[in-house]
Design a protein around this ligand. Structure first.
Ligand code: DNO
Length: 358
């Protein structure tokens, strides 16, 4: 029997994202993936900015632990737009955020993933782009993004990752507010937020792990700042303590040819500031990128080099296979089916075992 949680690699903790009991992928499925250590999830039934009930957090913890897994990573506690926009109301939302940190820490969570992207979280233009082997994948083609500009009144195009709670008019409003904002003011608002939350994270012994902007460039003229080495350095210096760290998302950084992901992995792992890793391969194209199977030869990224950089620099955080393709006729949440992510997990296990033994 393979009971490898934490044993095959003392340092890397393999994890898997699970969307709660509505997820077609069950905890039992996840538990059967060799080497699985922990579940990555969140409370999904509370509006962004509000406090999560202790009861909902407790239910998640029980479900996960009953399945033989650990509940140590939250992805995400989302950041309310008023915080990113620096509005007066931000203090109330930051207080709620701090309370959420305390509550999940109270349930044993050790790492919290979040992002600071204006309005749009990850953005793709196609959710089921067919690859030559018949699998489907997520893709981003710049010309399609350009056509979907939310400020162009006659466009009804919406893109995946758009917050469905906004009407088209509201979306325009919030996009306009951000367009009037410079990158520097987004930095100021991020710094304000970080200075308030990091002391709480320290007190609670939780690592905050900001996720890079995906893709790592501005879309629709909105500022995006967690995009490259220079900006990650600046981010980490906003609070120069371990608890202020990053989620290294290989696909988010690696979809731009400017980022050398293995180099960044080595640098920030050596600093002890990578708390969580999303491993995903992408094929970088002239007009965007396509997500690919995890194997290095399937995309642009050298997954071995990235894992080696983590391994050799004493990475000891959580790692999860990121988006998978849809294969073998599976249907479900784009990027978050079972099969291809499980193959990804197995591949990561293999790379890690080889690194440990070499
Ligand atoms: C997409 C995810 C992101 C990520 C958030 C973190 O699949 O990687 O939605 O969870 O950006 O806050």
């Amino acid at each position: 029997m393979c009971e490898s949680s934490g044993e095959m690699g003392i340092t890397m903790k393999l994890s898997f994202r699970w969307y709660g009991k509505e997820d077609k992928v069950t905890l039992k499925n996840i538990r059967q993936i060799p080497g699985m250590h922990s579940i990555v999830t969140a409370v999904y039934d509370v509006p962004v900015g509000e406090v999560w009930s202790r009861e909902s957090i407790g239910v998640l913890k029980r479900q996960i632990e009953d399945a033989g897994l650990k509940f140590e990573v939250v992805e995400s506690i989302p950041v309310h737009e008023d915080i990113k926009l620096g509005k007066k109301s931000r203090d109330r939302y930051i207080d709620n955020y701090c309370e959420n940190i305390r509550r999940v820490a109270g349930a044993g969570v050790k790492c919290i993933c979040y992002n600071f992207m204006p309005v749009f979280d990850w953005t793709r233009t196609e959710l089921a782009h067919q690859l030559p082997d018949g699998s489907t994948t997520l893709a981003y083609y710049q010309e399609q993004v350009d056509r979907a500009d939310p400020l162009q009144g006659d466009s009804d195009l919406t893109l995946p990752g758009w917050d469905a709670s906004y009407s088209r008019e509201e979306l325009k409003g919030v996009v306009e507010e951000y367009r009037a904002m410079t990158e520097e003011s987004l930095w100021e608002n991020l710094e304000y937020f970080i200075r308030k939350i990091i002391p709480v994270a320290r007190e609670c012994n939780v690592n905050m792990a900001i996720h890079e902007d995906d893709p790592c460039w501005s879309i629709f003229g909105l500022p995006r700042i967690i995009t490259c080495e220079e900006n990650l350095d600046r981010f980490l210096s906003l609070a120069n303590v371990t608890n202020n760290g990053i989620t290294l998302c290989t696909g988010s950084l690696g979809c731009s040819g400017h980022n050398n992901v293995a180099k960044l992995a080595a640098k920030y792992a050596a600093m002890g500031r990578i708390h969580f890793v999303h491993m995903r391969n992408v094929a970088v194209l002239e007009n965007g990128f396509e997500e690919r199977a995890h194997l290095s030869s399937c995309g642009t990224l050298d997954m071995y080099a990235i894992m080696k950089a983590l391994h050799d620099n004493d990475f000891h955080g959580y790692i999860r296979p990121d988006h998978g393709r849809m294969i073998w006729g599976e249907t479900g949440r784009p990027g978050y089916g079972l099969y291809d992510r499980a193959l990804g997990a197995t591949y990561l296990n293999g790379l890690w075992e080889a690194l440990e033994k070499q």
